[in-house]
Design a protein around this ligand. Structure first.
Ligand code: AMP
Ligand code: MG
Length: 418
């Protein structure tokens, strides 16, 4: 137990990720039915197939008049023979007349275009020979103009949403538009969260001016809990694990009963005096990986009974980045999301990175007004300010220098956290 682990070669990130996702192959979360109102951020467990056409019938996309194009060509005043509001259903359009119509109202049979009211002059009933109000159409309408076609959004029998799709606001609206009051989704992953480290103090416990030498506030606990919730997880925050083997074993054993994942930060570096590693090994299995990334080299994955154990490094930026690079895809895949790749885009670096690392690097950057990327000056793995100042990171291949003007791979934080 006290012998330091043998030094392993650094694992490329994609290999580590494939291995981590491979550990999920045997697991799929149970599903549950939730109100469409409550399904934001959840992952669909089955396709949503429309049992109707959307829109259900041709309707007007303007306030104006439904006309027959051929009637307008004469240039004569046309009587208004009916009025159709949204929610009403008109009658077939009498020849030589128009229908007053409003946005969303069904197009009456026989009409083949809508003219905006701005393009018409209204004649009082007394001026019209028919005794009805009439209009003059001041433009020559195109066939079909301002008509939204039946089924142009969704056709009957069409799958509008797919299993494995993560739901956002627009998807909830689309599900509702085909009549879905409830949706079948993966249940939320249950995640137990621990911090390790005797130097850690909770904000509020000790005032800044009274912090002991060497003490630091536990910042990882806050962003990890928040990241987990954004990934749709139910979080049990178990605080800071006491620095004793028995207590650590007991805490892990208890957490494993009721959680899909146990996530810890700190104590996975090589040679660390820490009880997390021996405790996990006592209860199950543990793989300690050295991943070829910077920040965030050490990473642990293991099993305790049916539960996965994931250990992140303690340095705040390492913890934050390894969550985004490894834990995020793991939690999404656990819920059934197929595509968990980083949403990369190509942007111009407006900075130099002359001394490349042998590891794949993740540089905190910010998009500037000129469409390029500025670099946060301090890229240390302890400097959490970089992740707040930055709005994303450059995914820089191993041993790659960057000169101003180079195109680089950028990943926006808000796309990962949505
Ligand atoms: P470790 O991975 O445990 O060796 O920790 C590496 C560095 O991260 C040390 O400087 C720790 O003090 C710091 N650290 C570990 N856990 C946390 C935490 N929860 N919040 C803030 N800093 C931490
Ligand atoms: Mg530690």
């Amino acid at each position: 137990m006290s012998t330091p682990p043998a030094r392993k070669p650094l694992l490329p990130l994609d290999v580590a990720l494939t291995q981590l996702l491979g550990a999920l192959a045997d697991r799929a979360l149970a599903t549950e039915r939730v109100s469409t109102f409550d399904a934001d951020g959840r992952v669909l467990a089955q396709a949503v197939v429309s049992a109707l056409q959307v829109p259900p019938q041709d309707n007007s996309s303007m306030d104006g008049y439904a006309v027959r194009v051929s009637d307008v060509a004469s240039g004569a005043a046309l009587p208004v023979s009916q009025r159709i509001a949204a929610g009403a259903s008109g009658v077939p359009l009498e020849a030589g007349t128009v229908a007053r119509i409003f946005t969303g109202a069904p197009i009456p049979r026989g009409a083949d275009a809508v003219v905006m009211q701005e393009d018409c002059s209204e004649l009082p009933a007394s001026d019209a020979s028919s005794g009805r109000a009439a209009i003059l159409v001041n433009t020559q309408p195109q066939m079909g103009q301002w008509i939204r076609r039946q089924g142009e959004d969704v056709t009957l029998g069409h799958a509008v949403l797919h299993a494995g799709q993560r739901l956002g606001p627009a998807a909830l609206g689309l599900a509702a538009s085909v009549g879905m009051a409830q949706l079948q989704v993966a249940r939320r992953p249950r995640v137990a969260l621990f911090s390790t480290g005797d130097e850690l103090v909770m904000p509020g416990q000790v005032a800044p001016e009274h912090m002991a030498p060497g003490a630091i506030y536990n910042s990882n606990r806050f962003f990890l809990a928040s990241l987990l919730r954004r990934m749709g997880c139910e979080v049990t925050d178990l605080g800071i694990v006491p620095d004793q083997l028995d207590a650590t074993v007991a805490a892990l054993r208890g957490a494993a009963q009721a959680h899909d994942v146990i996530l810890t930060s700190g104590g996975v570096s090589v040679g660390e005096e820490d009880h997390i590693k021996p405790a996990v090994q006592a209860l199950g299995t543990l793989d300690l990986w050295q991943i070829a990334i910077k920040p965030g080299k050490p990473f642990a994955h293991g099993r305790i009974g049916p539960s996965h154990f994931i250990g992140l490094p303690g340095n705040p930026v390492s913890s934050f980045m390894t969550f985004l690079l490894l834990v995020r895809p793991f939690l999404l895949r656990l819920q059934g999301v197929a595509d968990v790749a980083l949403p990369r885009q190509t942007l111009r670096a407006d900075f130099a990175w002359p001394r490349a690392d042998k590891r794949q690097e993740f540089l905190r950057v910010r998009r500037n007004a000129a469409g390029g990327l500025d670099l946060f000056p301090n890229q240390s793995s302890g400097v959490l300010s970089s992740a707040v100042w930055g709005d994303g990171f450059v995914d820089n291949p191993a041993s790659q220098t960057i000169a101003p003007g180079d195109l680089v791979r950028f990943v926006a934080f808000n796309e990962l956290l949505a």
